[in-house]
Design a binder for this molecule. Structure first.
Ligand code: C2E
Ligand code: CA
Ligand code: CA
Length: 795
């Protein structure tokens, strides 16, 4: 189909030509009524004006043609506007052109015919009416330029022909002006039409783009996981979609017009959102928590991005953006964060978070403010793990953490920001900040030691608690984190050394003490291998006969630089480091060999540490030493303390039974110092009870001690156990003990702990002292193979 406008300058795609023509016709239809009205008015003026100069029959014919053409044009326009005329566009254009011919010719022919016969006023009237009609057509019929050209052309030609018949110079000049003006107006009509077509085409393209975008956006809205939002100039929601509303669990009507930021919890991110919208700046992925998450959900996190939009004044939208739900990412992130900062067993902050928080607290600390660091260490955790297994150990740590947290909460001493963390293993850290920190820390440490000492019931076992605590103060002891931690650690060591179950505040001297411990423990590793250990003997005396019936083997360390070191100064260290096992083995072999070398059948008493009882090597070592020495088991006595019965009792009692089976004796040492319970006498058939030196020294000065010693002796005798009193220095003490029925004594009254040669001068000693397996000593010693010392009888 070829359009009437194929020649138009704007390139119109063939499939658009009909559409363009339609738009042109519609545009013209809007102008038809004023056009027709103007035409009728003009015609009326002409009829009235020329009434006396033109025969009425001609005027009547002219009037009826004009009215007919006007009605026809109106009828055409109305029909198209009301959709009655469904004809093809081409036909419609033809109809309008036909009507233009009709009207144009009616006027043109009339003008040409009448003009020469009119008077001057009549000619002016005709000329003015013709020019008015030509100008009006150039404007009102411009969207149908051919119709305009016909309409203008026929009338211009009519007047021109009229003028030509007059033939004067003025008439010719008027003719020229009229033709030029008409040509110009026709040209204008064509240009105006071109512009109109260009505009409607570009509008059409824009409209299509807008529709496409809307379509895409709708699809995005419906199917995507994200939502779009639009805000008006006041930052209120506009054009809320149903998906957006359902994500919030609220009806669209409640959201429309609501201030956007009220959807989110106030925080710095929300402030950033408010200022970006207010200042019309782009917003990039700001993560915000919803104030009212949908029902059944704890939190919802949205990531909001958007940018201001610069639209027309009527457009209400001032800001547009996208929202994505990032709740699952946030939760995953926070889980990872939690795992990185919290201990999974106890739920307390871990070492990393503790260190970080401590550093921050120290940084933020004002000059006058103090901060206390408490390091808390469980006293018997290893035993719990060994005895009851790791699940029980875990339960024990959890119970500890709970008790500690409760104690901190209940004490109200935690200060403004109490921090409690598990630093690893059985070590916990507490930070107390605020006022009177030192006082609070000390009071809380005392409360904690007390609270933690109560027994725990884990998996049906009664497990003894107890913690040691080291305290360091900032800035008094250290202002920097690392130094503060290390000082608290030193104080903790001091607390442990001080017998556990207590607390210590850091003191500058402790540092040196710790250093001393370190060197001592290093030297102790080599003590056995280097042959620095000595066994001294102290006589055990029968009260009745005052005969030395046996000896207790007491250990000494002959340190190459420090000289002779007493066991109290290195046995706890050896127990802590595990070195007591190889050392104890050395003691057993040496003591057996020593006793075997005597020419009497005196007994030998050997001290066993609780740690040694936990060693699977103990019984094999004893059996081997028995075989190697050939010593009569009946001459051997092992001394254990109440502590052995306290922890891991069943397993330990089993070992004691095995010792009995081997024919060895077992004595309960230091009776009365530990838990001072007579019940312990019933837990195992001890061969001997050794009453601690403290009771003996207090006898005569404290009535209570006399009573206790009396009760112990009585009960032990009833149970068929021998009683031995330690630390007898005075004859009066001996007399009292004798009166109470005590069978044996030991003490300086009869002899101090001395090298064995002092008590057995006649013995030729060539005792092979076999060093224990080097593996447990850390590294092999050259001199570890064998050490022997011999001493001839002096004098
Ligand atoms: P203990 O078993 O109670 O040993 C008795 C301690 O009392 C010895 O101290 C001894 O010298 C001291 N003593 C004896 N009579 C008197 C007295 O009349 N007055 C005074 N003031 N003290 C007296 P020592 O030798 O310093 O031993 C201390 C502790 O070291 C021992 O206490 C024992 O528990 C431990 N020990 C010693 N040798 C060994 C050993 O080979 N293995 C283990 N595991 N522990 C040992
Ligand atoms: Ca002893
Ligand atoms: Ca003792």
């Amino acid at each position: 189909m070829v359009s009437k406008f194929a020649a138009l300058r704007p390139a119109v795609a063939p499939e658009l030509r009909d559409w363009v023509d339609n738009r042109l016709i519609s545009a013209h239809i809007r102008m038809v009524k004023p056009l027709v009205l103007g035409t009728l008015l003009n015609a009326a003026m002409i009829v009235i004006g020329l009434w006396s100069q033109v025969p009425p029959s001609y005027l009547a014919l002219f009037g009826s043609y004009v009215v007919g053409a006007s009605v026809h044009r109106l009828w055409l326009a109305q029909g198209i506007a009301r959709g009655r005329r469904q004809k093809r566009t081409e036909k419609m254009l033809d109809a309008f052109q036909l009507n233009s011919w009709w009207l144009g010719l009616t006027f043109g022919v009339s003008f040409a015919w009448w003009f020469p016969h009119l008077g001057p006023i009549g000619q002016v009237l005709v000329a003015v009416c013709a020019m008015t009609q030509i100008a009006a057509a150039a404007y009102m019929v411009r969207t149908l330029p051919r119709s305009a050209a016909i309409y203008i052309g026929t009338q211009a030609l009519g007047v021109t022909l009229g003028l030509a018949q007059i033939g004067s110079l003025q008439a010719l000049a008027t003719m020229a002006v009229l033709l030029a003006a008409s040509g110009l107006l026709i040209r204008m009509a064509y240009t105006a039409c071109d512009l109109f077509v260009t505009r409607i085409l570009s509008d059409r393209e824009l409209g299509a783009a807008v529709r496409t975008v809307k379509l895409l956006l709708n699809e995005y809205e419906e199917s995507g996981s994200d939502w779009l939002f639009e805000l008006d100039r006041d930052g209120c929601l506009h054009g809320v979609s149903t998906r957006f509303a359902s994500a919030l669990g609220e009806p669209v009507t409640r959201l429309e017009g609501r201030r956007f930021e009220t959807l989110f919890v106030p925080n710095p991110s929300r402030d950033a959102l408010v200022s970006a919208i207010g200042e019309r700046r782009p917003l990039r992925a700001e993560t915000l928590a919803l104030t009212a998450p949908p029902e059944g959900e704890a939190t919802r996190w949205w990531s909001v991005s958007g940018r201001p939009c610069y639209f027309s004044a009527e457009d209400r939208v001032a800001f547009r953006g996208v929202i994505s739900d990032v709740t699952s990412q946030r939760l995953a992130e926070s889980r990872v964060h939690h795992m990185a900062h919290f201990d999974s067993l106890t739920g307390l902050p871990n070492r990393a978070l503790f260190n970080q928080t401590l550093a921050e607290l120290l940084d933020e600390r004002e000059d006058s403010a103090q901060l206390a660091l408490l390091l808390v260490d469980a006293d018997h955790f290893k035993t719990v793990n060994d005895m009851f297994g790791h699940p029980a150990g875990d339960a024990f740590l959890r119970a500890m953490a709970e008790r500690m947290t409760a104690a901190l909460r209940d004490s109200g001493l935690g200060g403004d920001q109490p921090l409690i963390a598990r630093l690893g293993g059985d070590e916990f850290g507490i930070v107390i900040a605020g006022e009177d920190t030192c006082d609070k820390a000390v009071r809380f440490a005392a409360v904690l030691v007390e609270a933690m000492s109560e027994a725990y019931s884990i998996d049906g076992h009664e497990i003894n608690g107890g913690v040691s605590i080291g305290i360091a103060l900032a800035p008094y002891h250290a202002a920097l984190k690392q130094q503060l931690l290390s000082n608290a650690d030193i104080a903790l060591y001091a607390a442990k050394n001080g017998g556990r179950g207590n607390w210590e505040m850091f003191e500058p001297g402790m540092d040196a003490a710790l250093h001393e411990r370190h060197t001592l423990s290093r030297d102790l590793r080599h003590a056995v291998g280097n042959g620095e250990l000595r066994l001294f003997l102290q006589p055990l005396v029968d009260v009745e006969t005052e005969a030395m019936t046996g000896y207790e083997a007491l250990l000494r360390w002959e340190h190459p630089e420090r000289g002779l070191i007493a066991p109290d100064n290195f046995i706890p260290l050896a127990e802590e480091t595990g070195l007591i096992v190889p050392i104890g083995e050395w003691v057993i072999r040496t003591a057996f060999a020593e006793a075997a070398s005597w020419d009497s059948d005196q007994t030998i008493a050997i001290n066993l540490s609780p740690v040694q009882l936990g060693s699977p090597n103990l019984l094999p070592v004893i059996v081997n030493a028995l075989a190697a020495s050939g010593l009569d088991p009946a001459r051997i006595e092992f001394e254990i303390t109440e502590g052995v019965l306290l922890h891991n009792s069943d397993a330990n009692i089993e070992i004691l039974n095995r010792l009995h089976e081997l024919g060895l004796k077992v004595a309960l040492d230091d009776f009365g110092t530990g838990y001072a319970s007579l019940n312990y006498l019933l837990t195992f058939p001890f061969d001997k009870i050794k009453i601690d030196r403290r009771f003996v020294s207090e006898m005569g000065t404290r009535e209570e001690s006399d009573a206790i010693v009396g009760a112990v002796i009585e009960l032990a005798n009833k149970l068929g156990m021998c009683t031995l009193a330690e630390g007898v220095e005075e004859p009066e003490q001996l007399a009292r003990l004798k009166a109470q029925g005590c069978q044996m004594v030991q003490g300086w009254l009869f002899g101090k702990a001395l090298p064995s040669a002092e008590y057995h001068p006649n013995v030729l000693r060539a005792i092979e002292v076999v060093a224990p397996p080097t593996a447990s000593l850390g590294r092999p010693q050259k001199s570890a193979k064998s050490q022997s010392y011999s001493r001839r009888k002096a004098g």
